[in-house]
Ligand binder design. Structure first.
Ligand code: HEC
Length: 172
């Protein structure tokens, strides 16, 4: 090979390591900076935990409580951004939609818990809940056919209790 032919290659090769190093430093600084954003990992007090048979509660605790209760167990990745942001957002939104730690209060509301029972089982049966990306990290949250059966029977039984109570209220 002749001397001039090698020259065009030389410059980019020399530059490469320094670009990579700069990107790495930039990435590290960005990552550390992200950790400074404050995250709310507060678990409010449990005011009116769901009143259900123990077997039902155990399933809900396993599969739903991290996002739909005030008893969230914050995993290690909830301490490292950006995982922490995603987790905090899911918990905030999850509690807003449905909070098993406030379930008792739903019975006091104008809108009866029928709505929640319907929604609750519907979301499980359709496979929408628990959220799919939660499962690889929490294999214990996967619902078996037996779990589904227990939840379905409880939801149906509870719905008929609730609708009887409404009828009684209307009659009296
Ligand atoms: C990883 C967090 C997470 C887990 C675990 C989880 N949910 Fe949710 N859930 C959410 C979020 C976030 C929302 C609101 C946004 C949405 O619908 O995706 C929600 C919404 C809901 C809703 C309202 C649905 C709607 O479309 O209005 C119901 C009902 C529900 N969840 C039930 C459950 C039940 C029952 C379980 C357990 C079997 C469960 N969820 C497990 C995060 C979670």
């Amino acid at each position: 090979m002749t001397e001039p032919a090698q020259q065009p290659d030389e410059t980019p090769q020399k530059m490469k390591p320094s670009i990579i190093r700069r990107l790495a430093v930039f990435g590290l600084v960005l990552f550390l900076g992200l950790q400074l954003v404050p995250i709310d990992r507060h678990n409010p007090e449990v005011v009116a935990d769901i009143n259900a048979p123990e077997e039902v509660k155990l399933i809900l605790r396993r599969a739903c409580y991290d996002c739909h209760s005030n008893e969230t167990k914050w995993p290690w990745y909830s301490y490292v951004a950006p995982g922490s942001w995603l987790m905090a957002k899911d918990v905030r939104e999850g509690r807003d939609y449905l909070n098993f730690s406030e379930w008792g209060d739903y019975y006091e509301m104008e809108e009866t818990p029928e709505y929640f029972l319907d929604e609750c089982f519907g979301s499980i049966e359709s496979g929408e809940m628990p959220l799919w990306f939660y499962l690889p990290m929490h294999p214990e949250a996967k619902l078996t056919a037996e779990d589904m059966k227990i939840l379905k029977e409880w939801c149906q039984a509870e719905e008929s209790v609730v609708s009887e109570e409404i009828e009684e209220d209307i009659e009296s």
